[in-house]
Design a protein around this ligand. Structure first.
Ligand code: NAP
Length: 257
């Protein structure tokens, strides 16, 4: 079997690090390289920097050299809102983004840089993890730090589709730090899970399950040229069937934004 070389950006992030670790274990199928901006954070998380390239997604040259020889790219970078004023009783928490790291910069320019560099390097497939909610410009996440984060993410998704590179766009529901592989996963489109919530099911999913869907997207051909929303039934839901057949899951997804 041919080994696919994959660059994972945001590889020091909570989901990106899981993807990097999962791919690392699949040595017969993948050669994985993580892309991260902080050497210290890589060392802190993984004990060494082997298997990583240090760089910033705002630096096209760093992306170009990191993508050299790769066949696939997983985009798991994101602007990160930080709470600046702890909520006093009754007050709403206040969020802001670090200087130069507004969503327009990270989720639009930064993702566009990655897609452009991938195209220039002949990358065959990009898996992009984004967020549900982007069809609603009044979604509360857009007002965090005046960042319009979901709108910039959605713009980048459209840019990826228009790039002509095979794509898989995974728009996750609220991310949970819980174990993966024990839930039924559900795919949807157009934020239908938010506008018409399925009976009693929270619109959330463990990061570990999102990471597994990323890995499976790199393996299953029917994940290519698809964009979908992704949530999970809670663990131990009585009628749930734990998702193990990802080909069938991807068969329910569709092309286009
Ligand atoms: P995360 O932990 O916030 O990771 C984001 C990553 O992006 C970090 O590794 C960060 O680097 C990296 N990054 C940011 N700016 C960068 C730059 N200029 N150059 C290089 N790397 C940069 O991500 P997550 O919470 O796992 O979320 C994964 C995705 O799911 C995101 O797109 C998020 O918006 C989306 N999502 C989140 C939720 C939720 O409930 N939180 C729900 C749905 C979807 P550092 O490690 O150095 O900071």
């Amino acid at each position: 079997m041919l080994i696919k070389k994959v660059l994972v950006t945001g590889a020091t992030g909570k989901t990106g690090s899981l993807v990097w670790q999962k791919l690392r274990l699949l040595k017969d199928e993948f050669e994985v390289c993580g892309f991260a901006r902080s050497r210290e954070k890589v060392e802190q998380l993984f004990g060494k920097t082997q298997g990583f390239v240090i760089g910033d997604i705002l630096d096209p040259m760093a992306l170009k050299s990191a993508l050299f020889g790769c066949q696939a790219l997983v985009i798991l970078t994101s602007a990160i809102p930080k709470m600046v004023a702890p909520p006093s009783s009754g007050a709403r928490p206040v969020f802001e983004f670090a200087p130069g790291e507004m969503p327009e910069m990270i989720d639009w320019i930064g993702q566009k840089n990655q897609i452009d560099a991938a195209k220039a390097q002949g990358i065959e497939h990009i898996v992009l993890v984004g967020s549900m909610g982007g069809t609603n410009e009044n979604h509360p996440l857009n007002s965090l730090g005046n960042g319009n984060i979901l709108l910039w993410k959605r713009k980048a998704e459209q840019y990826l589709i228009d790039s002509g590179i095979d794509y898989t766009i995974i728009r996750a529901g609220g991310l949970l730090d819980l174990r993966g592989g024990v839930r039924e996963l559900l795919v949807g489109k157009n934020d239908d899970f938010l506008t018409h919530p399925p009976n009693g099911i929270p619109t959330s999913i463990p990061r570990a399950d999102v990471a597994e869907v990323v890995v499976q997207s790199l393996k299953e051909s029917n994940a290519k040229n698809k964009a979908f929303d992704l949530i999970s039934k809670p663990e131990n839901t009585p009628d749930a069937r734990i998702t193990i057949d990802f080909s069938t899951l991807f068969a329910q997804t569709t092309p286009g934004l």
